[in-house]
Write a protein that binds this ligand. Structure first.
Ligand code: SAH
Length: 388
């Protein structure tokens, strides 16, 4: 049992009982005995044990629950959790070389991300508590996987809420920036040090495969980043155009195209909103479109603007699709529920005067588990639609 104790209110206890892993600062009754980032014993006002958690002295999320068991959350416990996550990946990411090994709350390791790119592991420790456990996590990974390299991509703004600095670098093994890894039979360079996220958008791995199954004719990949969807589409389409506002992303996309010897893809640096508006006005037509924008509603206050953004993008794309064409459209804002997303697309379809059927309702790849009692873990909504 950890020596340090935090006492929570009845509302906090109810939250623990509801299966959520985050307990807010407003529900702390007494945290005087807790150090920043410590594993603490959580108790109610009658001193009854509620569980063990990572304590943060700064964040509004004061406690991140680790377990309801009394067994000490030590290195062996941590290693077991990582091993359990890895064993699940052998089922759902079997054959994948780039995948999420540990997905934070979804693997009962709140605020820890571990992405695997072949022999390299990239980690993010996004709370004071996980930051403290970082040396142990690195050791556990070394023992279990003998990786070529372990990097940290802790250059993310959320760390500020924890009072932690933004930093990135090599934690163990070789100093590597870029690495070539296969996905669904295609080869990709991942820029682990300079790329977005930990180098790639691994949560779309299964959706890229799904997109390929419907792809045909002339295709558009909006918000293409390093060409993940575009290159999958290119295997089945006559011509593909990938669009992104980031020149670095497009450089990588071009190199990925060459790596796979595909000649039917072009890239364009543009704002997708402007591009789609012009494409609609010019009456361009496509058979397959992918829309994978960044999160528009990172905060609840941005919901209305997000709604307008999704509506505009989906309206334009539905208008420029040929009859029988497919749209794979995504939202990665956890504040936007699937029901909301379906509603906004229904509005867009009506405004576009198109009849649209829902062919598949999808989400993030299974190596990004959704914890039933933590709704925030269901963040990616992906619909495959057919325009009639
Ligand atoms: N579809 C990609 C991931 C997309 S992430 C994949 O499968 O890997 C979102 C991308 O949108 C980023 O690459 C970012 O550079 C780009 N982006 C953000 N705002 C944009 C805008 N207004 N117009 C075009 N691209 C934009």
């Amino acid at each position: 049992m950890p020596a340090q104790t935090v006492t929570i209110s009845q509302r906090g206890v109810d939250r623990v009982l509801s299966g959520h892993l985050w307990i807010y600062r407003a529900d702390m009754l007494d945290a005087r005995g807790a150090d920043a980032g410590a594993v603490v014993r959580v108790q109610d006002r009658r001193k009854h044990f509620c569980g063990q958690a990572l304590y943060s002295s700064k964040s509004q999320i004061a406690l991140r629950m680790l377990t309801r068991e009394e067994r000490p959350f030590d290195r062996a416990f941590l290693a077991e959790r990582i091993a359990a996550a890895a064993s699940f990946r052998q089922q759902v990411a079997d054959g994948a070389h780039a995948y999420r090994l540990v997905s934070s709350e979804g693997d009962l390791l709140p605020s820890l991300i571990i992405d695997r790119y072949g022999p390299c592991f990239v980690i993010q420790t996004l709370s004071q508590g996980m930051e403290r456990l970082k040396p142990q996590i690195v050791e556990i990974l070394q023992e279990a996987f003998s990786p070529r390299s372990i990097l940290e991509r802790n250059d993310v703004a959320v760390r500020e809420l924890e009072g932690l600095p933004e930093q990135k670098g090599t934690l163990a093994g070789e100093k590597l920036g870029e690495i070539e890894v296969e996905e669904n039979g295609l080869k990709f360079f991942f820029d682990l040090m300079g790329g977005q996220k930990t180098g790639g958008y691994l949560d779309q791995r299964e959706n890229r495969l799904a997109a390929r199954a419907y792809a045909r004719g002339r295709a558009l990949d909006c918000f293409c980043y390093a060409g993940g969807f575009a290159l999958h589409l290119a295997q089945h389409c006559q011509a593909v155009l990938g669009i992104d506002s980031s020149p670095q992303a497009l450089d990588l996309a071009r190199r990925n195209q060459d790596l796979n010897g595909l000649t039917n893809v072009q890239w364009k640096e543009a704002n997708c909103f402007d591009f789609l508006k012009a494409a609609d006005q010019e009456k361009q037509r496509y058979d397959t479109i992918v829309l994978d924008p960044p999160a528009f509603a990172r905060q609840k206050s941005k919901l209305e603007a997000a709604w307008r953004g999704y509506k505009e993008l989906n309206l334009r794309t539905l208008k420029i699709l040929n009859p029988g064409g497919f749209l794979l459209t995504c939202s990665c804002s956890h504040h936007v529920s699937e029901a909301d997303f379906l509603e906004v697309i229904a509005e867009a379809a009506l405004d576009a005067h198109r009849a649209v059927s829902v062919v598949e309702r999808r989400t993030q790849a299974r190596d990004h588990p959704i914890l039933l009692t933590v709704p925030e873990t269901h963040y990616l909504k992906c619909l495959i639609l057919r325009v009639m």
